[in-house]
Design a protein around this ligand. Structure first.
Ligand code: SF4
Length: 205
């Protein structure tokens, strides 16, 4: 077993904040050291907790559309790593899902990010990931408006949840200005990864 496999196994067995998780621990992460794209999200919702498949919901459909990725590409860990700020479903409060458990990032994040040295684009999704990955910004809108500052290595994005419909409507420039560049970059990284995976052709003649 490689060090990476051992680390992932450790994560999957984690129970650090089990006492605070109404549905119990079930870390939902997707990763492989070869991943080119990292999605830094919030925390799984109930549906994802049940299926164990990240972004297997309307938020995921919207996110795949933003990226221009088919499901099989999105769920290929050698292309896309998915590490939310909290790996387990934190339960639901009065106004929707609770925030990611605060124990999770200090326990795991740096160790896992340290393994992902092939990542060329980090997508920072929603305010909890923003506070960790791009802490200079006060609000998500401020960060997304300033998206070219960290491009093409890091891109802050609004959470693709249908609950954010009002934000998408208020900020139509996001679709016209940001998404075409994002799709182009993702396409390049997919092609780049395929070229690396392809065995070199032997000289003919
Ligand atoms: S949320 Fe994170 S720290 Fe808490 S049990 Fe799950 S993996 Fe462990």
């Amino acid at each position: 077993m490689t060090d990476f496999d051992a680390l992932l196994r450790e994560v999957r067995r984690c129970t650090i904040c089990a006492d605070h998780l109404p549905a119990g621990p079930r870390p939902v992460v997707q990763m492989d050291p070869r991943a080119r794209i990292l999605i830094a999200g919030q925390a799984p919702g109930r549906r994802v907790h049940e299926s164990g498949v990240p972004f297997d919901d309307p938020s995921g459909d919207r996110l795949r559309d933003w990226l221009g990725l088919e499901r099989d590409e999105f769920y290929d860990p050698s292309l896309v790593a998915i590490l939310p700020m909290g790996f387990c479903y934190p339960g639901t409060g009065k106004s929707g899902d609770r925030p990611p458990r605060p124990e999770c990032a200090p326990a795991w994040r740096e160790r896992l990010l340290g393994v992902l040295d092939g990542v060329r684009l980090t997508l920072v999704l929603g305010r909890w990931a923003l506070a960790y990955h791009l802490p200079d910004y006060q609000t998500l809108t401020e960060a997304v408006e300033d998206w070219e500052r960290h491009w093409p290595e890091v891109l802050p994005l609004p959470h693709p949840s249908p609950r954010n419909r009002a934000w998408f409507k208020r900020n139509a420039w996001f679709e016209t200005d940001v998404l075409p560049s994002l799709r182009r970059r993702v396409h390049e990284l997919v092609e780049d990864g395929r070229a690396i995976d392809r065995p070199p052709t032997s000289p003919s003649g």
